[in-house]
Structure formats: structure tokens, C-alpha cells
Design a protein around this ligand. Structure first.
Ligand code: HEC
Ligand code: HEC
Ligand code: HEC
Ligand code: HEC
Ligand code: HEC
Length: 387
């Protein structure tokens, strides 16, 4: 683990890779499967079986799409498909020259197949940009793995002749939160600020009430759909929050309760929610000086050396934001608004990176900065009139 005083390290830098804490209640056979399946960095697939046709020999998502169009369409719209977007690839372009070992570490989660990793003996440069491809979750050593049938049976085993890709080995491990853990949880001893790991999603889930009945997949892959919607999706965020507005003579109060996220809201250090209140004049314009705001999130410094504050909401927890009616004297109307900034940290981080000089990644970082700025949206807005 490394931290530099002046330079801005790439985010996620310096983590210790490897399996996280022992998963507790996972049955031993599933645990053994998960350890094998997610031994990171992933190994090369090796030579494909001779019986395989051209589609089966391809690790590209487009090959899977020929027979699994539904999963492909969902995946293609998901954030897992763009995990090698300009923010990551722009940083990597420069890091590959300046700190090649660190650059390799990023591929482990962002483009995990060995065939995606520059420098591996079977590197396919056209596969690297495809992010978390289907095969990174489903294919090992040219054997296919998947969940049980919907009726729970595991009847199919591989290899089987005459069935595409030799059939599939089914295991309930695909239905467990631990299937997602290794990329969404820093291991013990990973980068921590103020005694909390920088990324702790699995442990937050495990400590919360959702763990008793809902796995990550139940919320993020409903009906097995490959959606993985999260903080970038307005509907998903609305499903996470219960808003309660109370209008009293001396103040308007907005309460936000985390009722639907199976972990802290938000779980990572990069998003934030800005709750604001402002007084409006007769034309509906904000009265200067009347704005008050509160932030829900975990703020850290750009060099990841310090936590500034942590106001995230654990499952079931509420934040109460009060807007006094006396600000300014007797406003006719008050507007309360909640804006989600999914990439708040990156807006600051990419801007600072460009200022310092993003080197070979400059063009991509500019694109990433524009995208980060454009990702904000309003999840709640209400106007309250004077009593
Ligand atoms: C030529 C067509 C074809 C291609 C290409 C193909 N599959 Fe399949 N796949 C099938 C068929 C047919 C089955 C059903 C096999 C069975 O039930 O034994 C299947 C089953 C599966 C299953 C289990 C589905 C279930 O019903 O539970 C998974 C997961 C899977 N494929 C993933 C993939 C991935 C990932 C790729 C690309 C790397 C891929 N497949 C490429 C035809 C294909
Ligand atoms: C991040 C890991 C991950 C990626 C990437 C991924 N899958 Fe899956 N896939 C899963 C999991 C987990 C399940 C089981 C979900 C559940 O049952 O809740 C699944 C289920 C499936 C099934 C069975 C669906 C059913 O209705 O029974 C198919 C087929 C499949 N995936 C194909 C694909 C294809 C094709 C791609 C790429 C376009 C892909 N997967 C990408 C993790 C992944
Ligand atoms: C342990 C897995 C892991 C490793 C290793 C990792 N990341 Fe990430 N990264 C993630 C996850 C998960 C997210 C999404 C965070 C969330 O929403 O919880 C993410 C998000 C990001 C994002 C923001 C999304 C985007 O596309 O712009 C950037 C940029 C990023 N990572 C860069 C890097 C860089 C650079 C490295 C290597 C120094 C790296 N990551 C290593 C797991 C990882
Ligand atoms: C009870 C439903 C539920 C469960 C279970 C759940 N999530 Fe979420 N998750 C949500 C909702 C709703 C959001 C959107 C609000 C938010 O960002 O917290 C979300 C957001 C996210 C995000 C967006 C990034 C961020 O900073 O918030 C990631 C990454 C994520 N979940 C991963 C996971 C993983 C991994 C698991 C399992 C360990 C999991 N989730 C379990 C409902 C759930
Ligand atoms: C191979 C590593 C890997 C695995 C396995 C994985 N993820 Fe991710 N996931 C990532 C990375 C990296 C990102 C961020 C991509 C980006 O923004 O560049 C991400 C993003 C997400 C997001 C979107 C967060 C947002 O910003 O809105 C959700 C939700 C999510 N993952 C849920 C899951 C669930 C559920 C599973 C298990 C079925 C899973 N992931 C398995 C690496 C992984």
C-alpha cells in the first residue's frame, strides 16, 4: 500500500489483492467453488477444445449474444460493460508507462480476463475495452458455469457433446452475495480511512438486515436480468429512499430514510446526495443567500489520505434536514430538492488530474470529466407555500 503526499494516486490504488474475510455461512462446497472461481488475477483459459466452433472459441460478449440476446442487451446497457470507460482507460494509458505494476492491478476488477491484460501471452487488445465481459463470470478453462435452473435443479453437467459450449456446470454459488464480493469489497488490511475500508460494500450488506433475506443479485439482477443498476439510475435510487416532508410553522423538515439499499446509501466514496432548501420569490426565483444544504456521502481528500466526513445512511437509518422559515424573513415559498451526484469525487479528481497533466490519457480524461459532470439528476423536488 502506498500513498504519496503530493501526487494524486489513481483511485483504488494500493489495494492488497486477494480473498476477503472468510464468508461465514457459505457451505464449504460453495466456498471452495468461489475460491477457485475468483482466484484473482484470473488465469488464461488455455487452448479451446477442438470440437468448439468459432462462436464457442470466442470470449467476446458479441459471440454469447448470438445465442443469449436477452442477457447481452441488458449487460450492454450496464455499468459492467463500460468498466473500461474513458475514466479508467485514460488513467491506465499513462499508468502503463509510469507505474506498470499498479496498472496491472486495475485490470483485476475492471477487465478481469487474463486475455484482456496487456502483457499476458494470449492478450487480445480488442477484448480489453469490453470491461467485465460475460466470460469473466461464466467461463473458466473453457468450461461454462451458471446458476441452477429456475426450479433449483442442477441437472446439467458439462462436458456434454452436442450441446453448445459443452453445456454448463450449474452451482448455487451464482446466487450468493459472495459471488460479487471480491470486486466489491477490499480485503482486511486494504486501504482504510478513519478505520473504515475505502470499499466495504459486502461487509455493509452482511451487517445489515437485508443479508437475512436478500442477496446482491435479488436487488441488482431482478428476475436474473443483467442490469446491475445502482447510484447512476434514478429509479433505483428512488427505490432506496423514503422521503417524508413535514411542514410546521417554524420550519420545513425533510427526512430521508434508507429503506431499500442493502448497504450504506451510498456505499462508495465517490457519489453524494445534496439536500437543499431555498426560499423563492413570487416569480419562483431563488432568493440570494437563502440556500442551505446538507450532504449525504463519505467525503475523502483527492489523494485518499483522509476522510473529511461520513454522513452515509446505514440500512434503516434516517437523515433529518430542517429548513427554518425565518430564512430570510417570511419567505412565501420554499423549495426542497435532492440531487444525486453519482460521480462527485471524479468531477474533482479528473479536473485535478487534468490540471496536473494527464499525459497520454488527456483526451479520455476530458471525456470522462464531461460524463461525470453530466451524470447528476434530481430524485426529489417539492415546493411548500407559506402556511
Ligand atoms: C451457439 C450458441 C451459444 C453460444 C455462442 C453461447 N451459448 Fe450459452 N447456452 C447455449 C445453450 C443452447 C444453452 C443451454 C445448455 C444447457 O441447458 O445445457 C446455454 C446455456 C448457457 C448458460 C446456462 C443458462 C441457463 O439456462 O441457466 C449460461 C450461463 C451460458 N450459456 C452462458 C454463455 C456465455 C457467457 C457465452 C459466451 C461466452 C455463451 N453462453 C455462448 C447456447 C450458446
Ligand atoms: C458480473 C458477473 C456476470 C456477468 C458479467 C454476466 N453474468 Fe450472466 N449471470 C451472472 C449471475 C450471478 C447469474 C445468476 C443470477 C441469478 O440467478 O440471480 C447469471 C445468469 C446468467 C444466465 C442464466 C439466465 C437464466 O434466466 O437462467 C445466462 C444465460 C447468462 N447469465 C448469460 C450471460 C451473458 C450472455 C453475459 C454477457 C452478455 C453474462 N451472462 C454476463 C453473472 C454474470
Ligand atoms: C477490487 C476491485 C477493484 C480494483 C482492483 C480497482 N477498482 Fe476501480 N472500481 C471498482 C468498483 C467496484 C468500482 C465502482 C465503485 C462502486 O460504485 O462501488 C470502481 C470504480 C472506478 C472508477 C469510476 C468509474 C469509471 O468508470 O469512471 C474509476 C475511474 C476506477 N475505478 C479506476 C480504477 C483504477 C485506475 C484502478 C487501478 C489503480 C482501479 N480502479 C482498481 C473496483 C476496483
Ligand atoms: C435490498 C436491495 C439491495 C441489496 C441486497 C444490495 N443492494 Fe446495492 N444498491 C441497492 C440500491 C437501491 C442502490 C442505489 C442506492 C445506493 O447507491 O445506495 C444500490 C447501489 C449499489 C452500488 C452503487 C454504488 C454506491 O456507491 O452506492 C453498488 C456498487 C452496489 N449497490 C453493490 C451491491 C453489492 C455488491 C451488494 C451485495 C453485497 C448489494 N449491492 C446489495 C440495493 C441493494
Ligand atoms: C470482476 C469484478 C466484478 C464482479 C465479479 C462484479 N462487479 Fe459490479 N462492478 C465492478 C466494477 C469495476 C464496477 C464499476 C464499473 C465502472 O463504473 O467503471 C462495478 C459496478 C457495479 C454496479 C454499478 C454501480 C453504480 O455506479 O451504479 C453495481 C450495482 C454492481 N457492480 C453490482 C454487482 C453485483 C450484484 C455483482 C455480483 C453478481 C457484481 N457487481 C460483480 C466489478 C465487478
Amino acid at each position: 500500500m502506498r500513498r504519496r503526499a503530493l501526487a494524486i494516486p489513481a483511485l483504488c490504488l494500493g489495494l492488497v489483492l486477494g480473498a476477503a474475510a472468510a464468508p461465514g455461512e457459505v457451505p464449504p462446497d460453495l466456498r471452495a467453488f468461489l475460491e477457485r472461481h475468483w482466484r484473482l488475477p484470473l488465469a488464461l483459459q488455455g487452448a479451446p477444445p477442438r470440437s468448439f466452433g468459432p462462436l464457442e472459441r470466442s470470449l467476446h460478449p458479441e459471440a454469447c449474444a448470438a445465442c443469449h440476446p436477452l442477457q447481452y442487451r441488458d449487460w450492454n446497457d450496464s455499468i459492467h460493460a463500460v468498466s473500461m470507460g474513458p475514466g479508467v482507460s485514460g488513467q491506465l494509458r499513462e499508468m502503463r508507462r509510469t507505474e506498470p505494476a499498479q496498472a496491472q492491478a486495475c485490470y483485476t476488477c475492471h477487465a478481469p480476463l487474463a486475455e484482456q491484460r496487456p502483457g499476458s501471452s494470449a492478450h487480445d487488445p480488442t477484448l480489453s475495452p469490453k470491461g467485465i465481459a460475460c466470460a469473466s463470470c461464466h467461463v473458466r478453462n473453457w468450461r461454462w458455469f451458471g446458476p441452477p435452473r429456475l426450479d433449483g435443479t442442477l441437472s446439467s453437467t458439462s462436458p456434454r457433446d452436442g450441446v453448445p459450449h459443452g453445456g454448463v456446470t450449474r452451482t448455487p454459488a451464482f446466487l450468493r452475495a459472495e459471488f460479487c464480493r471480491d470486486c466489491h469489497q477490499f480485503p482486511p488490511g486494504g486501504l482504510s480511512l478513519n478505520g473504515k475500508l475505502l470499499q466495504d460494500t459486502y461487509e455493509e450488506w452482511k451487517a445489515g438486515p437485508a443479508a437475512a433475506s436478500l442477496q446482491c443479485q435479488d436487488c441488482h439482477m431482478p428476475a436474473r436480468r443483467h442490469l446491475w443498476r445502482g447510484i447512476h439510475d434514478p429509479e433505483m435510487v428512488r427505490s432506496a429512499i423514503e422521503f417524508t416532508l413535514t411542514d410546521e410553522p417554524d420550519a420545513v423538515t425533510l427526512t430521508l430514510r434508507n429503506r431499500g439499499a442493502g448497504h450504506k446509501l451510498p456505499t462508495y466514496v465517490t457519489p453524494r446526495l445534496v439536500v437543499s432548501g431555498e426560499a423563492l420569490d413570487e416569480e419562483g426565483r431563488a432568493i440570494p443567500g437563502s440556500r442551505r444544504e446538507a450532504v449525504i456521502g463519505r467525503a475523502v481528500t483527492l489523494d485518499l489520505s483522509r476522510e473529511l466526513f461520513d454522513t452515509r445512511l446505514a440500512p434503516g437509518q434516517s437523515a433529518v434536514v430542517r429548513y427554518p422559515r425565518s430564512l430570510p424573513s417570511d419567505p412565501g415559498r420554499i423549495r426542497l430538492r435532492v440531487v444525486v451526484e453519482p460521480d462527485h469525487f471524479y468531477v474533482l479528481f479528473f479536473a485535478a488530474l487534468l490540471e496536473r497533466g494527464a499525459g497520454a490519457g488527456e483526451t479520455e480524461i476530458r471525456t470522462a470529466l464531461a460524463a461525470a459532470r453530466a451524470s447528476s439528476f434530481v430524485v426529489f423536488e417539492r415546493e411548500v407555500r407559506a402556511p
